[in-house]
Write a protein that binds this ligand. Sequence first.
Ligand code: ADP
Ligand code: CIR
Length: 316
Amino acid sequence: MTPKYCSTLLDCIRSGLCRHESGVGIYAPDPGAYKTFAEIFDPIIESYHTGFKHTDKHPATCFGYGSDFPNLDPEQKFIVSTRVRCARSVEGFPFNPCLTKRNYKDLECLIKKPLRALCNEHAGSYHTLGCMDSDDIQKLVDAGLLFKGKNRFLKSANALRYWPTGRGIFINKTCTFVIWVNEEDHIRVIALEKGGDLGRVYERMIVGVESLAHSLKFSRDARLGNLTFCPTNLGCTIRASVHIKLPLLASNRRNFLELAKKHHLQVRGTLGEYSQALGGIYDISNKRRMGLTEYEAVAEMHKGISALIEAECEES
Ligand code: ADP
Ligand code: CIR
């Protein structure tokens, strides 16, 4: 039987109430909240994921092949680095605000097991946040590999309880594949590297998440797809991003954002959401994740970034 967590509407909207600068301002404290409070979640989902109606059903998983996506910037003129991530929740566990200290420890233990089986370029080591040196933590955060501990939106959503219990990071030997454990979601699978080889990065992420799926059962809803804490990450959960410099295009911010929007792209600052574009480097990614497969989400990003680069070239 599915456990009942008795989350309230207040539990869902706490972050938006506390943080008026929120772009979304709502989280699901447990998977059931998406159904219990569908009246408030569904219009937000439809708006964020552009047109995914309450009558729509998210498609089955389809990763396709990374080799379909040629390098976005073979001459290395615009793209600093490329990153693709997806999120997974472990079936049978609620999301952050409802997790007990015991749950965090059990989840970490469960997730750590399949990490030992990762091999070849994915092989690496797991580090429990609570056992890490603060200098090492800072170095990983600065390198964009580790989550920033004190995210104000997560704090106000009651999602940082018992920190750092159960939180941690797996890193491969070349720092091109990492897994975050128990930050915003139970699991974030991330592949990244310098340059614009989106296909290669995407393939690395696929192999990683498929390896975990051999031993872990993930939470999935017939209509919403993969279940995540934040409604913006539901569905295929993919965020494929580039750190990119487009100085001419970005000099007219309105046109730049309009073109990004036309291609369903989201523009963030260099250090993530709500940060600044340091040295003119933007984080640009696909925005929507529902109603389209993993493959289609990455294809949308590939097409959009190609269009931005083309527009930048036309300006010169
Ligand atoms: P997410 O929701 O995907 O976890 P965030 O905006 O919180 O994204 O960013 C997480 C981290 O990933 C940040 O440190 C950010 O700088 C880094 N990051 C995002 N995209 C890229 C990229 N294309 N190349 C390198 N680092 C990236
Ligand atoms: C907010 O409401 O702004 C934060 N909770 C972050 C929401 C996720 N942002 C996004 O665009 N993917």
